[in-house]
Design a protein around this ligand. Structure first.
Ligand SMILES: *Cc1c(COP(=O)(O)O)cnc(C)c1O
Length: 606
């Protein structure tokens, strides 16, 4: 079942032979894929499901609202979506549409993101600004406040507060709210834990916080100081570091209130809610959103009650949790690499070396009873035959026959042993693993796999009623040996033995909606995949906002080539070349132009 019950969150269901979107009319991913391809589009597809963005926003708010009610908590709950997780309009438009009834806002970490937030956030919904800021960026914050935006500039250092003071004294614009990022003692756990802790890149130490308080007071800005903030890192795998961070931040909050920060009413707990990427139970994160919300609300209530401080409003900036599930990457399989090892490729001679004849017999007589013994014999013979080749006793045809026969014997034996695997069969499976070539780029579409070995759930779109028996690794079409996703016996990927001459086979990668898109690289000039929003309805589904992967000509333009002069060069070279007739020359020219206006992924395999 490819672990769909672990990572799928009931968003997808396997129904007999295929995987379906578990919503309303429940279309299959295969029919959606074929519909898009029927328009002639080839290469990888990124499918967006807006209903899954809505689901996550609803669940974030409902869990916190419930925790607040159950704990008789006096503060309110607010959230912003951190733009760095996914800035694309097809995502942000949905975030705003579904989030506005809740007052959901945006978080910005750069000038470009801040401009985006100022245009997209409804007036009144919160904007928070993190990251390093120069005077221009701080001025933008004042302009946003002047427009009526509910904006908080969260300072990462004393120098940013000094810039705020300077901008305020030199312009007549409204002053934004000010937040302070805390450099906490506690840090998160997992791959991205570096964002928290004393050695983190971000935030003010206790001494700096006291200094900031002093500066705020002497410059009459205490009025604007409304929020403290921390972020212990993305993809928090455990809840305990968050609890520690909450105790630390909660106590700092209470202390600052007692020091006279009267307008301070908000604690922003950053992001970090984890997404389940695992296809096997072992790596599961150890908490639910329900527990997370309870812990946040309960911890803050206890600290404030014991210090006699009013309960603060809670802000979150979770991004991965909100958008990871909404996007699925579909890649066609182009090739299976051991498919040369077929019975019909054998080239026997009148007289073959005796070891080859023996391999033939092993292959012919193999059955469930003798397969272990025959497999050992075959491996043994292969060693001998390779030695004979090195010494010049057998020729290239013999060597090819031995490769094919050994491969067939091992493959059949492993199949026969599949229900009763031994340590050895597992090891052999890894050695004789099939490589599936996918029409896509890991660098472009799954950069976190390349950079951090973050795995994403992957499965075929159909044939799910047939037990897959090929242990697989995946190769992408970049000319880079890092363009490979490997699996091992601890977390294997089994795929089907398919004949691509006669049928199509697609693999889907799930939970790819967070971070992957703008982190993606143009290695080998493979650009964004074709993307499309899938609106599932009661009776079917609609495809909206289809953007084909950039055409070759556009890709070259995007890296500053003058494509007009490139086309001239190509045309001139063709004009000057020898053609038997003029028509052939003009046809060739047309063909070339046609190729330039196709996307950069592969279209055919033969
Ligand atoms: C990246 C970031 C987030 C989002 O983190 P997720 O793990 O995606 O929830 C939130 N706040 C800040 C300050 C960030 O830098």
């Amino acid at each position: 079942m490819y672990g769909v019950e672990i990572w799928g969150d009931e968003n997808f269901v396997i129904d007999n032979e295929t995987v379906k979107v578990n919503h309303l009319s429940a279309p299959t991913l295969l029919e959606i894929t074929q519909k898009i391809r029927s328009g002639g589009i080839r290469g990888p597809l990124l499918l967006r499901f807006p209903h899954l963005i809505q689901k996550q926003i609803d669940s974030l708010y409902s869990n916190f609202h419930r925790a607040i009610a159950e704990n008789h908590y006096q503060g309110s709950f607010h959230a912003v979506f951190p733009l760095k997780v996914n800035q694309f309009p097809n995502v942000i438009d949905n975030i705003i549409a579904y989030g506005t009834p809740y007052g959901y806002g945006l978080e910005a970490g750069s000038k470009a993101e801040l401009i985006l937030a100022m245009c997209q956030t409804p007036i009144g919904s919160p904007i928070t600004v993190n990251g390093f800021k120069d005077t221009e960026m701080i001025t933008m914050g004042f302009i946003a406040a002047q427009m009526g935006h509910n904006i908080t500039l969260i300072i990462e250092g004393i120098n940013e507060l000094e810039s705020i003071i300077e901008v305020q004294s030199t312009c007549k614009l409204a002053t934004p709210s000010i937040g302070i990022r805390l450099r906490l003692h506690s840090s998160g756990s997992g791959t991205w834990a570096k964002s928290g802790g004393m050695r983190s890149k971000f935030g003010l130490t206790t001494t700096e916080i006291l200094e900031a308080m002093q500066l705020l007071k002497t410059n009459n800005l205490l009025e604007n100081f409304t929020m403290i903030h921390f972020h212990i890192g993305s993809q928090m795998e455990e809840i305990s570091p968050l609890k520690k961070a909450l105790r630390e931040a909660g106590n700092i909050y209470a202390e600052l209130k007692m020091m006279g920060a009267e307008k301070l009413t908000n604690i922003n707990i950053g992001g970090g809610l984890a997404v389940e990427y695992s296809q096997s139970k072992k790596e599961r994160k150890n908490y639910s959103l329900n527990e997370f919300a309870n812990d946040v609300i309960f911890s803050l209530r206890e600290i404030m009650n014991s210090k006699g401080v009013k309960h603060p409003n809670v802000y979150t900036e979770s991004g991965r949790f909100i958008v990871a599930s909404h996007a699925t990457l579909i890649t066609p399989v182009l090739e299976l690499f051991s498919h040369d090892y077929q019975e019909h490729s054998l080239r026997f001679k009148e007289k073959n070396p005796p070891l080859i004849d023996e391999l033939r017999d092993l292959n012919r007589l193999l059955n469930a009873k003798n397969c272990i013994e025959f497999m050992h014999d075959a491996l043994d013979h292969q060693e001998s035959l390779l030695t004979l080749f090195d010494l010049g006793y057998i020729d290239l045809e013999d060597r090819s026959n031995s490769e094919i026969l050994v491969h067939l014997i091992i493959k059949k034996s492993l199949y026969l042993m599949a229900s009763n695997p031994t340590n050895e069969s597992i090891r052999l499976e890894e050695r004789f693993v099939e490589h599936f070539l996918i029409n896509g780029s890991i660098f472009q579409s799954l950069p976190d796999y390349w950079g951090l070995h973050q795995k994403f759930p992957v499965m075929p779109l159909h044939k799910l009623h047939i037990k897959p028996i090929r242990a697989a690794n995946l190769w992408d079409i970049t000319c880079d040996s890092d363009g490979e996703i490997t699996f091992d016996s601890k977390a294997p990927l089994y795929l089907h033995d398919i004949d691509l001459d006669n049928e199509e086979y697609f693999l889907a990668f799930f939970n790819v909606g967070a971070y992957q898109e703008t982190l993606g690289m143009h290695h080998n000039l493979f650009d964004k995949p074709t993307e499309c929003s899938v609106i599932v309805t009661e009776n079917g589904y609609r495809l909206e906002k289809l953007h084909e992967s950039p055409h070759i000509i556009e890709i070259l333009e995007s890296i500053q080539y003058n494509t007009r002069s490139m086309i001239e060069t190509l045309k001139n070279n063709l004009q000057k070349s020898d053609f038997s007739d003029a028509k052939e020359k003009s046809d060739t020219l047309l063909k070339l132009e046609h190729y330039l206006h196709q996307n950069g992924y592969l279209r055919t395999t033969k």
